[in-house]
Design a protein around this ligand. Sequence first.
Ligand code: ZN
Ligand code: ZN
Length: 216
Amino acid sequence: MTRISHHLTDALLMAYSAGTLPEAFSLTVATHVSMCDECRARLGAFDSIGGALLEEAAEPMAGDSLAATMARIRAAGGTPRARPPAPRRTGVLPAPLCDYVGGDLEAVRWRPVGMGVKQAILPTAKGATARLLYIPAGAAVPDHGHRGTELTLVLKGAFLDDDRRFGPGDIEVAGAELDHMPVADIGDDCICLAATDAPLRFRALIPRLAQPFLRI
Ligand code: ZN
Ligand code: ZN
Protein backbone atom coordinates (compact mmCIF):
# COMPACT_ATOMS: atom_id res chain seq x y z
CA MET A 1 0.00 0.00 0.00
CA THR A 2 1.20 3.54 -0.64
CA ARG A 3 2.35 5.62 2.28
CA ILE A 4 -0.38 7.52 4.10
CA SER A 5 0.42 11.21 4.55
CA HIS A 6 -2.91 12.75 5.66
CA HIS A 7 -4.10 11.59 9.09
CA LEU A 8 -6.81 12.03 11.72
CA THR A 9 -6.62 14.93 14.17
CA ASP A 10 -6.02 14.32 17.89
CA ALA A 11 -9.50 15.71 18.59
CA LEU A 12 -11.13 13.08 16.37
CA LEU A 13 -9.05 10.23 17.82
CA MET A 14 -9.87 11.35 21.38
CA ALA A 15 -13.58 11.63 20.67
CA TYR A 16 -13.50 8.22 19.01
CA SER A 17 -11.69 6.77 22.01
CA ALA A 18 -14.33 8.27 24.33
CA GLY A 19 -17.13 6.91 22.14
CA THR A 20 -18.73 10.31 21.60
CA LEU A 21 -18.65 10.55 17.79
CA PRO A 22 -21.80 10.13 15.67
CA GLU A 23 -21.90 6.71 14.04
CA ALA A 24 -20.99 7.97 10.53
CA PHE A 25 -17.83 9.65 11.87
CA SER A 26 -17.02 6.70 14.09
CA LEU A 27 -17.19 4.41 11.04
CA THR A 28 -14.89 6.70 9.03
CA VAL A 29 -12.36 6.94 11.87
CA ALA A 30 -12.45 3.15 12.38
CA THR A 31 -11.88 2.61 8.66
CA HIS A 32 -8.88 4.96 8.54
CA VAL A 33 -7.45 3.38 11.71
CA SER A 34 -7.78 -0.07 10.12
CA MET A 35 -5.61 1.19 7.21
CA CYS A 36 -3.11 3.31 9.17
CA ASP A 37 -0.48 2.03 11.61
CA GLU A 38 0.34 5.56 12.79
CA CYS A 39 -3.21 6.47 13.83
CA ARG A 40 -3.74 3.02 15.34
CA ALA A 41 -0.74 3.66 17.60
CA ARG A 42 -1.98 7.16 18.52
CA LEU A 43 -5.43 5.74 19.27
CA GLY A 44 -3.84 3.13 21.54
CA ALA A 45 -2.23 5.95 23.53
CA PHE A 46 -5.54 7.80 23.89
CA ASP A 47 -7.25 4.57 24.94
CA SER A 48 -4.65 4.09 27.70
CA ILE A 49 -5.07 7.66 28.94
CA GLY A 50 -8.85 7.29 28.92
CA GLY A 51 -8.61 3.97 30.77
CA ALA A 52 -6.32 5.46 33.42
CA LEU A 53 -8.66 8.41 33.92
CA LEU A 54 -11.62 6.09 34.30
CA GLU A 55 -9.80 4.01 36.90
CA GLU A 56 -9.01 7.19 38.81
CA ALA A 57 -12.67 8.15 38.55
CA ALA A 58 -13.58 4.97 40.40
CA GLU A 59 -11.71 6.27 43.47
CA PRO A 60 -14.01 7.77 46.12
CA MET A 61 -12.25 11.17 46.02
CA ALA A 62 -12.68 11.61 42.28
CA GLY A 63 -15.50 14.12 42.63
CA ASP A 64 -16.15 16.22 39.57
CA SER A 65 -12.86 15.58 37.85
CA LEU A 66 -12.41 15.32 34.12
CA ALA A 67 -12.34 11.57 34.59
CA ALA A 68 -15.76 11.58 36.23
CA THR A 69 -17.08 13.67 33.39
CA MET A 70 -15.70 11.24 30.87
CA ALA A 71 -17.24 8.37 32.77
CA ARG A 72 -20.60 10.13 32.69
CA ILE A 73 -20.26 10.68 28.94
CA ARG A 74 -19.64 6.98 28.47
CA ALA A 75 -22.48 6.05 30.80
CA ALA A 76 -24.81 8.46 28.98
CA GLY A 77 -24.33 6.40 25.88
CA GLY A 78 -22.02 8.09 23.48
CA THR A 79 -22.16 5.76 20.52
CA PRO A 80 -20.31 2.63 21.54
CA ARG A 81 -17.56 2.47 19.02
CA ALA A 82 -16.64 -0.46 16.91
CA ARG A 83 -13.22 -1.85 17.86
CA PRO A 84 -10.87 -1.39 14.96
CA PRO A 85 -10.17 -4.87 13.70
CA ALA A 86 -6.76 -6.02 12.55
CA PRO A 87 -6.03 -4.63 9.10
CA ARG A 88 -7.46 -6.76 6.33
CA ARG A 89 -7.13 -5.72 2.73
CA THR A 90 -8.26 -8.59 0.56
CA GLY A 91 -10.54 -6.39 -1.54
CA VAL A 92 -11.06 -2.65 -1.92
CA LEU A 93 -13.20 -2.07 1.17
CA PRO A 94 -11.54 -2.37 4.61
CA ALA A 95 -13.24 -4.64 7.14
CA PRO A 96 -15.23 -1.96 9.06
CA LEU A 97 -16.91 -0.95 5.79
CA CYS A 98 -17.58 -4.49 4.59
CA ASP A 99 -19.71 -4.95 7.69
CA TYR A 100 -21.90 -1.97 6.67
CA VAL A 101 -22.05 -2.83 2.98
CA GLY A 102 -22.56 -6.55 3.51
CA GLY A 103 -19.60 -7.46 1.32
CA ASP A 104 -16.93 -5.78 -0.78
CA LEU A 105 -17.41 -3.39 -3.71
CA GLU A 106 -19.63 -5.79 -5.64
CA ALA A 107 -22.22 -5.54 -2.84
CA VAL A 108 -22.44 -1.72 -2.96
CA ARG A 109 -25.78 -0.43 -4.25
CA TRP A 110 -24.65 2.64 -6.19
CA ARG A 111 -27.08 5.36 -7.20
CA PRO A 112 -26.13 7.79 -9.97
CA VAL A 113 -26.00 11.45 -8.95
CA GLY A 114 -25.05 12.81 -12.38
CA MET A 115 -22.13 12.92 -14.83
CA GLY A 116 -20.87 9.49 -13.92
CA VAL A 117 -20.63 10.20 -10.19
CA LYS A 118 -22.34 7.60 -8.02
CA GLN A 119 -23.01 7.39 -4.32
CA ALA A 120 -24.25 4.88 -1.78
CA ILE A 121 -25.52 6.15 1.57
CA LEU A 122 -24.62 3.77 4.38
CA PRO A 123 -27.05 2.85 7.13
CA THR A 124 -25.92 4.89 10.15
CA ALA A 125 -27.78 6.67 12.95
CA LYS A 126 -29.17 10.18 12.37
CA GLY A 127 -26.99 13.21 13.15
CA ALA A 128 -24.36 12.56 10.49
CA THR A 129 -24.28 10.86 7.10
CA ALA A 130 -21.76 8.40 5.70
CA ARG A 131 -21.64 7.70 1.98
CA LEU A 132 -19.43 5.94 -0.48
CA LEU A 133 -18.59 8.14 -3.47
CA TYR A 134 -17.48 6.94 -6.88
CA ILE A 135 -15.88 9.77 -8.86
CA PRO A 136 -14.72 9.04 -12.43
CA ALA A 137 -11.09 9.87 -13.20
CA GLY A 138 -10.71 13.61 -13.78
CA ALA A 139 -14.19 14.55 -12.50
CA ALA A 140 -14.60 17.29 -9.89
CA VAL A 141 -16.80 17.98 -6.91
CA PRO A 142 -17.99 21.60 -7.43
CA ASP A 143 -16.52 24.36 -5.28
CA HIS A 144 -18.20 24.19 -1.89
CA GLY A 145 -17.90 25.16 1.74
CA HIS A 146 -18.99 23.35 4.88
CA ARG A 147 -21.39 24.17 7.68
CA GLY A 148 -19.98 21.42 9.83
CA THR A 149 -17.23 18.85 9.50
CA GLU A 150 -16.53 16.69 6.47
CA LEU A 151 -14.22 13.67 6.58
CA THR A 152 -13.19 12.20 3.22
CA LEU A 153 -11.19 8.97 3.23
CA VAL A 154 -9.74 7.63 -0.02
CA LEU A 155 -10.25 3.90 -0.56
CA LYS A 156 -9.11 3.64 -4.18
CA GLY A 157 -7.60 6.04 -6.71
CA ALA A 158 -6.78 9.57 -5.55
CA PHE A 159 -8.06 13.13 -5.51
CA LEU A 160 -6.37 16.50 -5.63
CA ASP A 161 -7.40 19.45 -3.49
CA ASP A 162 -5.45 22.62 -4.26
CA ASP A 163 -1.87 21.42 -4.21
CA ARG A 164 -2.51 18.51 -1.90
CA ARG A 165 -2.91 14.95 -3.15
CA PHE A 166 -4.94 12.36 -1.26
CA GLY A 167 -4.24 8.71 -2.11
CA PRO A 168 -5.47 5.42 -0.66
CA GLY A 169 -5.73 5.61 3.14
CA ASP A 170 -5.39 9.42 3.23
CA ILE A 171 -8.14 11.33 5.05
CA GLU A 172 -9.09 14.97 4.55
CA VAL A 173 -10.63 16.74 7.53
CA ALA A 174 -12.56 19.80 6.27
CA GLY A 175 -14.11 22.26 8.69
CA ALA A 176 -16.35 25.30 8.33
CA GLU A 177 -13.37 27.47 7.36
CA LEU A 178 -12.48 25.51 4.21
CA ASP A 179 -13.82 26.11 0.70
CA HIS A 180 -12.52 23.62 -1.81
CA MET A 181 -13.04 21.76 -5.06
CA PRO A 182 -11.62 18.24 -4.91
CA VAL A 183 -10.84 16.68 -8.32
CA ALA A 184 -10.38 12.95 -8.91
CA ASP A 185 -6.93 12.13 -10.23
CA ILE A 186 -6.72 11.53 -13.97
CA GLY A 187 -5.15 8.11 -13.62
CA ASP A 188 -7.97 6.15 -12.04
CA ASP A 189 -11.55 6.39 -10.83
CA CYS A 190 -11.67 7.44 -7.18
CA ILE A 191 -13.69 5.72 -4.47
CA CYS A 192 -14.03 7.56 -1.14
CA LEU A 193 -15.86 7.24 2.12
CA ALA A 194 -17.26 10.64 3.12
CA ALA A 195 -18.91 11.59 6.42
CA THR A 196 -20.69 14.91 6.96
CA ASP A 197 -22.66 16.32 9.87
CA ALA A 198 -24.31 19.18 7.94
CA PRO A 199 -25.24 19.86 4.31
CA LEU A 200 -22.50 21.33 2.12
CA ARG A 201 -22.76 24.93 0.87
CA PHE A 202 -22.30 25.09 -2.89
CA ARG A 203 -21.06 28.34 -4.40
CA ALA A 204 -22.66 28.06 -7.81
CA LEU A 205 -26.38 28.07 -8.41
CA ILE A 206 -26.55 25.08 -10.73
CA PRO A 207 -25.03 22.53 -8.40
CA ARG A 208 -27.22 23.91 -5.63
CA LEU A 209 -30.34 23.44 -7.72
CA ALA A 210 -29.44 20.35 -9.68
CA GLN A 211 -27.28 17.67 -8.21
CA PRO A 212 -24.51 17.85 -5.70
CA PHE A 213 -21.83 16.61 -8.09
CA LEU A 214 -21.07 17.72 -11.64
CA ARG A 215 -18.18 17.13 -13.93
CA ILE A 216 -16.35 20.39 -14.59
ZN1 ZN B 1 -3.48 7.90 10.01
ZN1 ZN C 1 -15.82 19.29 1.03
